[in-house]
Design a protein around this ligand. Structure first.
Ligand code: SF4
Ligand code: SF4
Length: 324
């Protein structure tokens, strides 16, 4: 367990968490669109699709590329830059999204900051999972994983109609060629860390006796946090904890599972020191809110919708006696 102010609690991850490139790479104007209104085409690994890329850079324009802390470090390493410098120069919201501030291209949309007209992606070897998967997405629900694409029409056909004249590939062949293994391992490990951070928020509310006092402020704060924009949530967490959440060092990037494990241990130590012996209800409520805010922020970096996460976690807390 992440934090130990009292007895052990374990809450299952509450909703299907889409680690889904089509969700993660949706155009800015759809940024706030909830996952539930989107439709998807589910795929088998043996399905054949026009998955040979036309290399026109279409999908590197006007999108939102969310990245987790390991991807941030991997991108920085690929560019030969310190992680903090890369984060501050090329990312927003504390490092969970790549800037799209490059020259306008397809449909007049701004390019990803890693895109160079005429040359393509300048960080190809270290590109995030979402870019390796596109036009496909990956959905994780519990232990099961599925691949899909957004809508009923193959996504590339709008921006790169010539893709249908290139060789078809099976989904399995495409994933193999994109070398998604390390990115998927990192996403799955960070998904567990999201759960651990939320466990910490639960523990401060339920294990400490705070909920038993009739406290209603904590769950109300969780709901507000779930509704915050990425910018608001970044500000709420504050620079010190944002750095702890997003910057886990330069070493060990080649082994994503070990990297996330080390990051987990670092965060656990910080949390134990900051929240392990809080003096009063107000401090416990604030600590719970901060742990929840970090769980939601990291969850967003993985493709989860914070308002859905918060709503389901609030429901779980209420079942265990907390009040809103
Ligand atoms: S839209 Fe599809 S075919 Fe076009 S550049 Fe992107 S991945 Fe390649
Ligand atoms: S990281 Fe590379 S592949 Fe991904 S959107 Fe940016 S330029 Fe395109």
């Amino acid at each position: 367990m992440f934090l130990r102010p009292g007895s052990r609690l374990r809450f299952e991850f509450p909703v299907p968490c889409s680690i889904f490139s089509i969700l993660l790479l949706i155009k800015r104007k759809f940024y706030c669109m909830p996952q539930k209104v989107l439709s998807y085409t589910r795929l088998h690994l043996t399905d054949r699709l026009p998955l040979t890329c036309a290399r026109e850079g279409t999908c590197c324009h006007g999108k939102a590329v969310w990245i987790n802390p390991w991807e941030l470090a991997f991108l920085a390493k690929t560019k030969g830059m310190p992680v903090r410098y890369f984060r501050d120069r090329f990312c927003e919201f504390g490092g969970i999204r790549l800037l799209f501030d490059g020259p306008a291209g397809w449909k007049g949309l701004a390019a990803c900051c890693m895109y160079q007209p005429g040359a393509g992606c300048t960080v190809h070897a270290g590109r995030p999972l979402v870019c390796r998967l596109y036009p496909l997405g990956r959905e994780r629900h519990g232990e099961s994983t599925a691949y899909l694409f957004r809508g009923e029409q193959f996504p590339c056909s709008e921006g790169c109609p010539g893709v249908v004249d290139l060789p078809d590939l099976t989904v399995a062949e495409y994933l193999d060629g994109q070398q998604v293994d390390r990115g998927e391992a990192a996403q799955d490990a960070y998904l567990d860390l999201v759960q651990e951070l939320a466990d910490g928020a639960f523990a401060l509310l339920l294990d400490t006796g705070l909920a038993a006092t009739g406290d209603r402020l904590t769950l109300r704060s969780w709901r507000r946090l779930g509704e915050m924009t990425p910018q608001e949530l970044t500000g709420h967490i504050g620079p010190e904890w944002i750095d702890r959440l997003m910057l886990s060092g330069e070493d060990g990037v080649d082994d994503p599972v070990a990297y996330v494990k080390r990051h987990h241990d670092q965060l656990q130590e910080y949390a134990q020191e900051a929240f392990g012996s809080l003096p009063d209800a107000a401090a416990l409520s604030g600590g719970s809110g901060l742990m929840m805010a970090m769980a939601l922020h990291l969850g967003r970096s993985l493709g989860a919708e914070p308002s859905d996460l918060a709503a389901t976690w609030i429901k779980t807390a209420r079942k265990h006696g907390a009040k809103e």
